[in-house]
Write a protein that binds this ligand. Sequence first.
Ligand SMILES: NC(=O)c1ccc[n+]([C@@H]2O[C@H](COP(=O)([O-])OP(=O)(O)OC[C@H]3O[C@@H](n4cnc5c(N)ncnc54)[C@H](O)[C@@H]3O)[C@@H](O)[C@H]2O)c1
Length: 269
Amino acid sequence: MTRVLVTGAASGLGEALVRAWRERGDEVLATDVTYAVTRSRGGGAASSSTGGMRLDITSDDDWAAALAWVEEHWGGLDVLVNNAGVAGGGRIDVAGLDEWQWIVDVNLLGVVRGCRAFTPMLKRQRSGRIVNVASLAGLVHPAGMASYNAVKAGVVALTETLGHELAAYGVTTHVVCPSYFRTNLLSSLRGADQALGAIVTQLVETSPFTADQIAAAILAGVEEGDEVILPDPMARAAYELKLRDRPAYDTQLRRQAARLHELGGDPLG
Ligand SMILES: NC(=O)c1ccc[n+]([C@@H]2O[C@H](COP(=O)([O-])OP(=O)(O)OC[C@H]3O[C@@H](n4cnc5c(N)ncnc54)[C@H](O)[C@@H]3O)[C@@H](O)[C@H]2O)c1
């Protein structure tokens, strides 16, 4: 039986991943910042009646408690899924540095913290998988989304780096790069750039893809050993276009940038 830890499990893709792994009969530790804190007698965080363990991915203490729980109850881990994340973005002269710092801390350093917490265990046991949920935005970079693009590209780079670093220890890494799919992600959306917010909202709300479809493709990709998982046809087409026809890709993204300027105006007036 596979032992899996999922972050951001209270909603959207995390919830769908927990369901998909449990349906296969695997053991899953569901974690989220919104779950209530409970502590076991040994001091480690325990599963709560709300459905999982509280784990804020920006907290070193929470990661230490999750590691302690896994050691105490399972004695090891097969799959670490760094899924939790938030939505942000905004044109470079509209979004504030506070927005950058927030999204770097959650979407990039949250994943770094998870990898740092569990890598010693995975190295010792000489097996395991790290599944990091980035985004298509980590591979193709639409205008108006510099902070989100940059942190997701960071997750892509981190995951590839660890793939090389940990291969000798029998640990494999997978980075997931979906296009838009329908979840509660917009509830976390922050930022001063309202035009960007309107575009992203429309893209998420009208997406043809559900979290369950993306989760199924992720499990299949992990099973196949895919290092980069593009779990939906829109993500595959967009990345293919960038690789195969850069001028057409640039034309498409400049068109999208023009739409953003039309909607949002120029901050210089
Ligand atoms: N929905 C999309 O269109 C889309 C596209 C590409 C990538 N993604 C990525 O998929 C992942 C999951 O997002 P989702 O769409 O399911 O959104 P969601 O908002 O439905 O779920 C995200 C979960 O993460 C949790 N979370 C937020 N901050 C946290 C923190 N500091 N510590 C622990 N948990 C935290 C939230 O409470 C929530 O339960 C994110 O990394 C997101 O960037 C989403």
